[in-house]
Design a protein around this ligand. Sequence first.
Ligand code: PEP
Ligand code: MG
Length: 576
Amino acid sequence: MRKLLPGHGASRGSALGRARVRLPHALDVAEQRIRAREVDEELARLHGAIDAARAEMRELRTRLHGALAREVGEFLDLHALLLDDPELLQGLDDLIRKGRYGADYALRLQRDRLAAVFRDMDDAYLKSRMDDLDHVIGRIHAHLHSRAIDPEGLAGEILVSDTVAPSELAQLQAQGVVAVVTSTGSPLSHSAILARSLHMPLVVGCSAALAKINDGDALIVDGETGEVVVEPSAADLREFRQRLKDLKREQRELGRLRSKPTRTRDGLDIALHANAESREDVAQAHALGAAGIGLYRTEFLFLQRAELPSEEEQFHTYRDVVLGMSGRPVTIRTLDLGADKADRTGLALRGEANPALGLRGVRLSRAHGEVFDTQLRAILRASGYGPVRVLVPMVAIREELLDVRKRLKRLARQLVKEGHEIAAQVQIGAMIEVPSAAICVEHFIDLVDFLSIGTNDLVQYLLAADRNNDALGELYSPLRPALLHLLDGVLRAGRRHCKQVAVCGEIAGDPAMAPILLALGLEHFSLHPSHMLELRRTIRGHDRGALLKAAPALLKARDRSGIERWLAKAGANNET
Ligand code: PEP
Ligand code: MG
């Protein structure tokens, strides 16, 4: 029977496919005891499954290729390490040998024990390790029943699961999975960001998915609206086909804008910079005529690995980005770990009572001076290959920028002494994502060459609304007068001091927000390249002069519906 399940769109695109339901946590095995004489056989069965899971992992490792191979490979290595973890293995053996439990039940007990330990620690880093453990245990369990996912059998399928690990996404796509639906998760998760890079439709937070979707059900997934249709009707199928046709037509039309300028109707050129995390993003940014990289998130080099990347590795990564942009400026953001970006290197503090207000961004870097210096050295070395700008995340007070500037000066001298070729001038910028920095921007603007407004965090700190908390409903929204007034203030300060101001939060890539940003005087947008052509089209349809004139009315809006009414009027004047 047809069902419509709501979720959150996390990576755009529509897909029609057959559901492949995966219940990794569903080790709902009833208590299962064995006799003394069965112990050896049960141990052999368990270790056979563990060996098979290891072999499967090795096989996957050899099949990785492409831009994300290294990153995904690191996840697989970590999973392989877990498979060799003495605590996990010894615990399992003991449960079978001493507890006389069957292998399945032993797996369940061991998983639940470890889960309880992790849960009590209430720590984002350990929670993400729990996901890894679940994946590994799920693999062993599958092999116990010879249910290893048949790689050939996934073509045209839609994975339905509680979570999806970033390590799996590229591999699932290579195996023919056309979309993923998860019952938990947030559009701001690392998996979601990776899915967007891979152009894989993803719906997260579809809470009813596991209860309402059966293996083999036909599904239509819309990664934009977050809707999942189970057993679609003839009308749904017609609509889906129509949507695909419309999408293709739209892609063709947008394709024509590749070589066109991002110019408003009244002739103002707007700069579209790219947010990038991977080499593919950089290549796409280059191909679409991005003005440069406006935000290169370096934490992706540090996430999901046990060791810190060396100066050499960081230098090569940053240099590749600089070379990939052939002379266009590349803005490298220093490490923004902490809060929801939990690492495995042990840098981010565990168990903070209030991690979003804790040791993250530049605070964390300053707390680990050597790690910070290593990163700054790598960035400075990359500046010998093309224009590089350093962007500092989570700036809250002037002292933080003074410290970064001092470090950069000292490290530049050191590098020159060592014989490295670095740029004479590396611009430094501050992320404006903490309200104190937005309100008192005049107090430190003399210390920076440019500013970049991170609205994802600014909205959360301004409204005291966790960006990942569904329970807050619509409270977390950029359509708030307080945000618009802050944006207006920062943009005015930038104009007064002739300093470039960009917006690099998700709203910069949302064509619906473009009239607001243009009205407030924004001329530098930084967004994921996959949104670039659509935004270019929208901007080309607007008259910036008219929007500037309408700005006072926008700033008078007292609530979200007032802003929406203003937007409706502005949208009506768009001539795309
Ligand atoms: C932001 O906060 O808007 C931003 C761009 O940074 P991130 O999403 O990486 O925290
Ligand atoms: Mg941020």
